[in-house]
Design a binder for this molecule. Structure first.
Ligand SMILES: [Zn+2]
Length: 421
């Protein structure tokens, strides 16, 4: 029952399309094998007289194509969908059975022909992309497909995007690119890349579907699962963390205490500091361990403490590499802080959204059931208009940070707006 698409929550339409594409891809491989069985993987497409089922010639209407974009809000499962599709392409049955070696190794992240690019910094650079495109052009060692999954393709630099575009325009015969991005808006993905890709839109999964998967897969009790699914606002990973991790619950409670704490200007600045520091602490917890391990590994590799001939030159080279590593780690830390702060802002937006729907007496369930009474009190005090203004202040803060306003400045402005209404 649990094939590779089982964890794609509430995305029935996308799953139908991906299954069809995987079957079409398997048919392409079979046709290729029948045509020129002994030389299937070694054949060079340029030498073919016959119209081989090669790259650019794959008919998009046949169900399979070489470049895909998975779009959807954070937590909707873009990378889950991309990974599952990659597994289905490597599956020996062409279905994503979940049991064969191709499925297993892809899902486990160890398949030799599947590369997952997960940017750690704020952007994916051109060097990284060129290296990737080069490796993606090689013949798949497993005889099926070379699959490159680019998570957060919206973080490609312009130069990196151009390098990728070249590969997508003239794809090697057995290479498939799977891009993940929030949307196909030109801010997220260039129009030219978009025009070469098939788009698979994912929706925000309904809370009931998220709760169901938490119960079935993670063994979480139904009432906790329902609460976490609602509180996470359709973000599957976040729901799982809330259900399992007491620290995540504590941080969320601290964020939802903010509206109560805004009693004056001083309190607003205090709340801003608390929010920023909580995000920093969360980010630090998530990156410190890998930072230390990486540094130790690099120091060992460089033979730190060597005193032999040439040690001075080696030390100069080592200093450069350490500096490079520190730069990368700093970029990763910044990203982790932004992500943590953004999660806090989404929680806070949920609270004011609850106040707004209550003021409007809209017949919808609250996002945060545990602060529903507080949101109700807010609704009475602020009315719909005041609740909406506050919700907009939170969303404006997110937009400002996205546009590179210093987080502390944006959060302080938001807190003042929330206090004043
Ligand atoms: Zn399989």
């Amino acid at each position: 029952m649990s094939d590779v698409f089982a964890d794609l929550v509430g995305q029935d339409e996308a799953v139908v399309e991906l299954r069809r594409a995987a079957a079409a891809a398997a048919a392409v491989l079979r046709a290729g094998a029948a045509d020129r069985a002994p030389a299937l993987v070694a054949a060079s497409p340029a030498s073919d007289e016959e119209p081989a089922p090669a790259a650019g010639e794959m008919d998009p209407s046949s169900g399979m194509t070489h470049a895909w974009i998975f779009t959807g809000p954070p937590g909707s499962g873009r990378s889950v969908a991309a990974r599952a599709f990659a597994a289905a392409l490597q599956c020996v049955h062409g279905t994503g059975c979940g049991e064969c070696p191709g499925c297993h190794t892809t899902m486990g992240g160890t398949h030799a022909d599947v590369r997952m690019v997960v940017p750690e910094g704020l952007s994916i650079g051109v060097g990284e992309m060129r290296a990737l495109v080069l490796r993606a052009a090689s013949t798949p060692s497993g005889g099926r497909w070379q699959v490159v999954v680019i998570e957060d393709a919206d973080r490609l630099t312009e130069a990196a995007g151009n390098a990728l575009l070249k590969a997508i325009e003239e794809p090697p015969p057995r290479t498939v690119f799977l891009l993940c991005a929030p949307s196909t808006h030109p801010d997220d993905i260039s129009v030219t890349i978009r025009s070469r890709c098939r788009v698979v839109p994912l929706r925000q999964p309904p809370a009931a579907a998220v709760a169901e998967v938490l119960v079935r897969r993670d063994g979480i009790t139904p009432d906790v699962a329902q609460w976490a699914a609602a509180a996470a606002q359709g973000h599957v990973g976040r729901a799982r963390r809330l259900a399992r991790d007491p620290e995540a619950r504590k941080r969320r409670e601290a964020v939802l205490a903010v509206p109560r704490r805004l009693t004056g200007v001083g309190a607003a600045f205090d709340a801003a500091s608390a929010l920023i520091e909580a995000a920093e602490a969360e980010a630090e917890a998530s990156v410190t361990e890998s930072d230390t391990t990486e540094r130790a590994a690099l120091e060992t590799a460089l033979g730190a403490g060597g005193t032999g001939r040439g040690a001075a030159g080696a030390i100069r080279g080592a200093a450069g590499q350490l500096k490079e590593l520190e730069k990368r780690q700093k970029s990763r830390a910044t990203r982790a802080q932004r992500d943590a702060l953004d999660r806090e802002l989404v929680d806070l937006a949920g609270f004011y959204r609850d106040a707004l729907t209550m003021a409007l007496r809209a017949p919808v369930a609250p996002v945060h059931t545990d602060t529903a009474a507080l949101a109700g009190a807010g609704a009475q005090k602020w009315d719909a208009e005041g609740s909406l203004r506050r919700l907009e202040a939170v969303l404006a803060c997110r937009a400002a940070i996205e546009a590179n306003v210093k987080p502390r400045i944006a959060v302080e402005a938001m807190m003042l707006a929330l206090w004043k209404g």
